[in-house]
Design a protein around this ligand. Structure first.
Ligand SMILES: [Zn+2]
Ligand SMILES: [Zn+2]
Length: 250
């Protein structure tokens, strides 16, 4: 038993039975335990996981040549769940609207709460204006953010798949060129897609995800140097720490 599990062993059993019905695998106790651990570490929930299993066998499996078919594995399932959740963000056509005068911490809180709600298939529970006004809302968001401290590292094979699928910084809207989550940055002048992400996007993402080991700025607050905002937005150590955290489950 994992405390605070997102998915139960019975639910894992159902997922593996659904997979076995399509790919004729045999399912043993070791498979159930491995999937149970991987999916809980990645904080995957049953509704998303069963949608991912159904989609994998309906869409991907049928396209593979019969002698080269690739059975669904837990790392692949986790990647598919991320895709499903991110597709909800794209479908919601979500663009964060900054609120005049908000602090970095307020920005981080609003953004995270809204992205989480949309990922769950819910429209944002609060408008940005409401959250700023409502003290109960603020408390709730502080809780959400502090929850990030309890991260567990992903198993290496999962971390590797996620590293390839999600370059650091691509998870948020780019403040410079306004590229949406998961989309490449583009040159704001020419509109041409870039091979790298804008530095301010990577820095913004690191600020949202990590406290700074260098200047000790808390999550959501910009780095500081000699009492003034740090000119490069985020210390290199913070960006490195955020990249490490990307390999962990929130
Ligand atoms: Zn950009
Ligand atoms: Zn810093």
């Amino acid at each position: 038993m994992i405390t605070g599990e997102t998915i139960t062993e019975d639910q894992i059993n159902n997922l593996l039975k659904a997979a076995a019905a399509r790919d004729q695998r045999t399912v043993g106790a070791a498979d159930i335990l491995a999937w149970y651990q991987d999916l809980n570490i990645a904080r995957v929930r049953y509704a998303d996981a069963s949608e991912a299993v159904a989609r994998y066998y309906a869409i991907h499996w049928v396209r593979q040549p019969p002698n080269q078919r690739f059975r669904l594995t837990s790392p692949l399932l986790i990647e598919l769940v991320r895709e499903i959740r991110e597709a909800r963000h794209v479908n919601a056509d979500y663009l964060y609207e900054p609120v005049d005068g908000e602090t970095g911490a307020e920005y981080a809180a609003r953004l995270q709460a809204q992205l989480r709600a949309i990922g769950d298939g819910q429209p944002p529970a609060h408008t940005t204006a409401e959250i700023g006004m409502n003290p109960a809302g603020k408390e709730k968001l502080a809780e959400l953010i502090s929850g990030m401290a309890g991260r567990m590292p992903y198993p290496p094979e999962i971390a590797e798949v996620l590293d390839r699928a999600r370059p650091a910084g691509s998870q948020i809207t780019c403040p410079r060129c306004h590229a949406k989550p998961n989309a490449k940055c583009s040159n704001p002048v020419t509109g041409k897609a870039m091979n790298r992400l804008h530095d301010s996007r990577i820095a913004g993402w690191a600020i949202l995800g990590e406290t700074c080991p260098d200047c000790r700025a808390p999550i959501g607050e910009a780095c500081r140097e000699l009492g003034a905002p740090y000119k490069d937005h985020a210390h290199a150590a913070r960006i490195e720490a955020a990249k490490q955290a990307l390999r962990s489950a929130a």
